[in-house]
Write a protein that binds this ligand. Structure first.
Ligand code: ZN
Ligand code: ZN
Length: 156
């Protein structure tokens, strides 16, 4: 749906405008998302001194997991219910949808709350392989500690 700017006078003339569901792309999210698979449906009704907007945007947003950097899909389903003064010239549905959709995206998106992320040593995705690096680094740390302790004993 390209034109999401609706003239209030059109709503006044037609009393009620209903559109969708139609595919929707949110410009406000284009920098944050890798992909968007959204649809929008809306109804505008003339209520005397106000115009009421009721809308629903739902679908999936393609993001990158903050821990493992894999692509992930975030399901979204937002409901918009806003009233605008009838004196206003037009209603920008895209603007309000963008504002609300941005809030749906977490600061640090995770493919799964238990995502194990990438190995700090080898960079492998720990959800997919058990690279065993942590085990090694633990062992070497014990070795180092052992050396330090031994040194302490010999100087005594
Ligand atoms: Zn992840
Ligand atoms: Zn590793």
């Amino acid at each position: 749906m390209k034109n999401l700017q609706v003239l209030v006078s059109d709503v006044k003339d037609r009393r009620k405008i209903t559109k969708g569901p139609e595919p929707y792309f949110c410009e406000a999210l284009s920098d944050i998302t890798k992909s968007q698979d959204l649809s929008i449906r809306y109804t505008l009704s003339d209520c005397e001194n106000e115009v009421l907007l009721e809308a629903n945007v739902k679908g999936k947003l393609g993001l990158e997991c903050n821990r493992c950097l894999e692509d992930m899909l975030l399901p979204v389903n937002i409901k918009i219910c806003e009233s605008y003064p009838a004196a206003q010239e037009n209603i920008d549905i895209n603007a309000i949808a963008g504002e609300l959709l941005v809030l749906e995206i977490p600061m640090k998106p995770l493919c799964d709350e238990n995502c194990k992320g990438l190995c700090a040593a080898c960079g492998k995705n720990k959800n997919k392989t058990d690279c065993g690096c942590r085990q090694e680094s633990m062992d070497t740390r014990w070795e180092e500690l052992g050396k330090v302790l031994k040194k302490g004993q010999t100087t005594k």
